[in-house]
Design a protein around this ligand. Structure first.
Ligand SMILES: [Zn+2]
Length: 320
């Protein structure tokens, strides 16, 4: 690295951390769309904050209708390099945090906070690399465009929008993975599974079940509403699932709500989490109802067994 650029980064390190802290403080989780905020309040606020920072440092910026922002090193030059970052984050979840998720916390030489690594930290690092080049007067012949998206975690519709309007530079990389280089990612099937539901509901039954928030995170909690079960029986059945936490509450209608608590993790590392949805399915499948509902959950559970991260239940486990 150019010695002056390196010096610049060293001299501005605490400023860089301060800017990152300001971005981390914005809970930029996808929300309900509003005018000019296609992914809701949080991602839009993070985008505004990032572009305001870039402008403060003298860069030309553009907000592409709230989907994407662009920051140019020198827009008078041809743009040949694009650097793709994103400012949206997945929900912080409730468990597993020793510090506040939306407050940058530094301890033992590490930074903690939602989005520090994915991907606000890299976005700020790129901004400072661009500052270093600009402010040290390092000679350049081509423009670098930092493209900051706001919907990477939920399918990158932000970039699809941008590509409809603009041409991506010839070379693009994204500092959103491990060093030094990854050129392929795991695939994912977004499947839908349904079961016959035209049966009569019995007196002992599972009335509804719900779990999960986003596709790319291991769900940390899931619940079901059941009727006709003595609470003792429900508690006893829960003992077969020591990895899950259980809560039993009464609903207004006098039914029992069973909540299963697991541990959230990124979907690419399911072994780090405890999946509350597959756990709840296994639990519900272990109950005895006087209708088909428990058996339906047992069938789901045989395809997606609790603790099976390899697709063994589906018969698709592979190693290479
Ligand atoms: Zn990311």
């Amino acid at each position: 690295m150019n010695i002056k650029c390196r010096q610049f980064i060293e001299n501005h390190f605490s400023e860089m951390v301060r800017d990152l802290a300001a971005l981390v403080a914005i809970p930029s989780v996808k929300g309900e769309p509003e005018e000019g905020k296609p992914f809701g309040e949080g991602p839009a606020a993070a985008l505004d904050a990032m572009l305001a920072l870039a402008e403060k440092y003298g860069f030309q910026t553009k907000n592409h209708e709230g989907y994407v922002g662009t920051i140019d090193l020198d827009p008078t030059l041809p743009t040949t390099l694009g650097i793709l970052c994103h400012l949206d984050v997945v929900p912080a979840g409730k468990s597993g945090w020793k510090s506040l998720p939306y407050s940058l916390f530094i301890s033992g030489g590490k930074m903690y906070g939602r989005g520090v690594i994915d991907n606000k930290g890299p976005a700020i690092a790129v901004l400072y690399a661009m500052r270093a080049i600009k402010e040290t007067g390092y000679p350049i012949t081509q423009n670098v465009r930092l493209i900051v998206g706001t919907d990477e975690e939920s399918g990158s519709s932000d970039i699809a929008y941008y590509k409809k309007k603009e041409v991506l530079p010839k070379r693009v990389f994204t500092p959103d993975a491990e060093y030094p280089l990854i050129n392929i990612e795991k695939g994912r099937i977004r499947g839908e599974f349904s079961t016959y539901s035209g049966f009569a509901v019995g007196n002992r039954s599972i009335l509804s079940a719900f779990g999960g928030t986003v596709f790319n995170a291991v769900p940390e909690s899931a619940y079901a509403v059941v009727c006709g079960f003595p609470e003792d029986e429900l508690r006893t059945a829960a003992r077969a699932f020591p990895k899950l936490g259980f809560e039993f509450t009464k609903t207004e209608d006098g039914y029992t709500k069973v909540t299963a608590k697991g541990v959230s993790a990124h979907a690419s590392q399911p072994e780090r989490g405890v999946n509350a949805v597959t756990g709840l399915c296994a639990y519900l499948g272990s109950l005895t109802t006087d209708d088909e509902t428990a058996r339906s959950f047992a069938r789901v559970s045989s395809a997606f067994p609790f603790g099976d991260n390899l697709g063994e239940g589906l018969g698709v486990a592979e190693s290479d």
